[in-house]
Design a binder for this molecule. Structure first.
Ligand code: ZN
Length: 337
């Protein structure tokens, strides 16, 4: 009797307890749905990139869904760049780290490999099939990493950036795809502009002589022979002998201009100009190209489209082709097409 009553009371208490638990659980679920999901949606993905060209793609595709930080600003040489303490802090806190890969970030590669074991790290330049890559002068087993110089190749890399963002935030896939498509349209536009103006460079002048070998993809895309005073990675200093050989070449072929690069010191270019002058050949400096980093933040040249526009316009004009002084942007501002 006593036992039965006790059992009944315990049963009753148990039922009340369960009902309480259910209620509490329901409130917690409701609170999560209302506040948790909202907080999650409001927090942008934090993305850290090595180069500014990759950051440009993240910004265009991610828009308000992302915050992006490029470790290598204007004028920074990625071949010799090593991560700082604050870079490491930024990368370990980030939701996603994007690098170019293909040994562009030679001094950071080991760190990036280690980081990839703990969190999402994607080498977006490594998405291209090997048959679209150019070889590396200094290493038999490596490829030329300067993919951004060809809008067609870079478009594939932009696709890899989009996919990496979708992977982390699948609910925004439609938005990411839409913005990628309109960004790729703009990249196609600057490609067609560059094709049009570089086609006007006279046949004999179709040699692009620059401070280091960053422009091989550009040369392949637009039909120019490319010669770098330094090799692909800026590691090897151009020796006196190399300069002498180049002076001979410039003289023999009547090359009209050499170009300075934003991420490489000018002294080799100066030595070449002086050497040519001593041989009675006037080699002009065709201006400064943005090679391994974009222009200053907040400027047109500080965007990928602006960088390609600037380079193509300067190269075409420097080598005797016809291009508007204000580039593609100048044409658009005038209301033309
Ligand atoms: Zn380079």
């Amino acid at each position: 009797m006593v036992n039965e009553e006790g059992a009944e009371a315990a049963q009753h208490a148990g039922a009340v307890g369960r009902r309480h638990l259910l209620l509490v659980g329901f409130i917690v679920l409701l609170a999560w749905l209302v506040f948790g999901a909202k907080a999650q949606a409001a927090k942008p993905l934090s993305v850290v990139t090595t180069t500014s060209m990759i950051a440009d793609a993240v910004r265009e595709i991610g828009a308000e869904e992302v915050t992006v930080k490029a470790l290598m600003g204007p004028g920074i040489d990625p071949h010799s760049y090593r991560q700082t303490r604050s870079d490491i802090a930024a990368m370990t806190r980030a939701d996603l780290v994007l690098s170019n890969g293909l040994y562009l970030e030679a001094q950071m590669e080991e760190f990036l490999h280690r980081l990839a074991r703990r969190q999402p790290v994607v080498a977006v330049g490594e998405v291209l099939p090997v048959d679209r890559l150019l070889g590396h002068d200094d290493y038999d087993d490596k490829f030329d990493p300067h993919l951004w110089m060809s809008p067609a190749e870079w478009s594939e890399v932009v696709g890899a950036v989009r996919d990496a963002l979708i992977e982390l935030r699948p609910e925004k896939e439609a938005d990411f795809r839409e913005r990628t498509d309109s960004y790729l349209d703009k990249i196609g536009e600057v490609q067609r502009y560059a094709e049009r103006i570089t086609a006007t460079i006279p046949e004999d002048n179709r040699v692009l002589l620059t401070a280091h070998d960053a422009f091989s993809y550009f040369g392949r895309a637009f039909g120019l022979e490319v010669i770098g005073i330094q090799g692909i990675s800026t590691e090897s200093e151009a020796g006196l002998r190399r300069i002498r050989d180049l002076v001979d070449l410039v003289h023999e072929r009547g090359i009209p201009a050499v170009f300075v690069e934003s991420t490489v010191p000018e002294h080799n270019v100066r030595a070449l100009v002086e050497g040519a002058k001593a041989r009675g050949h006037e080699l002009r400096v065709g201006g400064m190209l943005f090679s391994d980093a974009m222009g200053p933040d907040g400027t047109y040249e500080g965007t990928y489209i602006g960088m390609i526009d600037h380079n193509a316009t300067l190269i075409a004009r420097g080598l005797g082709g016809e291009a508007p002084a204000g580039g593609m942007q100048g044409l658009l501002d005038e209301g033309g097409s």
